[in-house]
Design a protein around this ligand. Structure first.
Ligand code: XLS
Ligand code: MG
Length: 353
């Protein structure tokens, strides 16, 4: 779990293990139209992940055990999924409670004004932990999807923060082996989300009953939507030794969460993310490079996996660049405070010149 902030050995390609989730191979439905490609079976997805060189799979609780399974059936079903993972040489990286699709989650179950919703949020969190335990993962990702407001006056913010802390504490108490990775996002589906950035969640982490088990997973697009640079968000979490996961992707400005291929919009921004991970030994402690990317709706079924393949390739190409770039020249520009020169130097490198 150690992540030192200086003089640590850099990560090389072999230190990076990749993960992605079943939802990253999807059939193309969006809020404005239905599916455009057949849904792949879970088994097909696992095969594709393996072929593409992924070692880990990200799970929502119901990606592994759908809601219709009774409490009694749950463990059996989770064991079957674990066996499928084993058979394919894959491991579960993370598990996350699907808090945002159920009727009890309409107004954000953890911060809901309804006590029944809040009770359900806790139960669903515990259920996710039970599933994660069978899958062999101790990393609980909390993306607080609807914990915020459409109408600012509809919830009391201070009470909401207390409820979010209580949720974290209850999960930590329920299973002493889990770690909680907050995945923060400033908006969508809500207008305004509580704890919109890494810094907000880390402040809550330190108030929890066991701060050393609370950290973050940072998604590039979420940082960009908050008007922040993802690499600085990574750096801040690394500084706290709390960058326990990343969801790399790209985002073209302040729009809906696009989950575009990593590096496809802003290669320089992607390079800076890779560079900070490489220079701080990310991956050496078992942290995984997650890709949370989606195929465009225009992609036919037989090509609707290239977003994963390309994101991984671009990441690894940028690892090469982080290792090959002339650091002495870079330092020279910094020492001379020739920032125009530095800018040209970085852009030239990104152009392969
Ligand atoms: C949504 C999130 C989600 C999480 C897991 O914006 O990225 O997919 O990664 O719940
Ligand atoms: Mg994500």
């Amino acid at each position: 779990m150690s992540q030192s902030t200086s003089s640590q050995q850099w990560s090389t390609k072999k230190d990076f293990k990749f993960s992605t989730g079943p939802w990253n191979l999807h059939s193309g439905a969006d809020p404005f139209g239905p599916t455009v490609r057949p849904e792949r079976s879970f088994l097909e997805k696992l095969k594709t992940f393996k072929e593409l060189g992924f070692d880990y799979v990200q799970f929502h609780d119901d990606d592994a055990v759908p809601d219709e399974f009774s409490a009694v059936e749950r463990e059996k079903k989770a064991k079957e999924v674990k066996k499928l993972l084993d058979d394919h040489g894959l491991k579960a990286e993370i598990f996350a409670p699907r808090h945002w699709e159920h009727a009890h989650g309409v107004d954000g179950p953890v911060t809901s004004n309804s006590a029944a919703d809040r009770k359900w949020a806790i139960e669903r969190g515990k259920r996710a932990i039970d599933v994660g335990r069978v899958l062999g993962s101790e990393r609980f990702v909390w993306w607080p999807a609807r914990e915020g407001t459409y109408v600012r006056e509809s919830k009391d913010a201070v009470t909401s923060f207390e409820r979010m802390l209580e949720f974290v504490d209850t999960m930590l108490e329920y299973d002493k082996n889990i770690r909680i990775l907050g995945e923060m996002k400033p908006n969508e589906p809500m207008d305004l989300m509580y704890l919109p950035t890494t810094g907000h969640f880390l402040a809550l982490a330190y108030k929890s009953r066991d701060p050393k088990r609370v950290g973050v997973l940072i998604e590039s697009a979420h940082a960009i939507l908050a008007g922040l640079d993802p690499s600085d968000e990574f750096a801040y979490a690394l500084f706290h030794q709390k960058l326990w996961g990343v969801h790399l992707n790209d985002q073209n400005g302040l729009k809906y969460d696009q989950d575009k291929t990593f590096g496809a919009v802003d290669l320089r921004r992607a390079f800076n993310q890779v560079d900070v991970l490489v220079r701080h030994g990310y991956g050496k402690d078992g942290s995984v490079v997650g890709l949370d990317v989606k195929a465009m709706r225009t992609q036919p079924a037989e090509k609707a996996f290239l977003h994963l393949k390309h994101s991984k390739e671009i990441f690894l190409d940028l690892v090469d660049l982080a290792h090959s770039i002339d650091r002495a020249a870079w330092k020279g520009y910094v020492e001379a405070r020739d920032y125009e020169g530095l800018e040209r130097f970085i852009v030239k490198n990104l152009m392969g010149k």
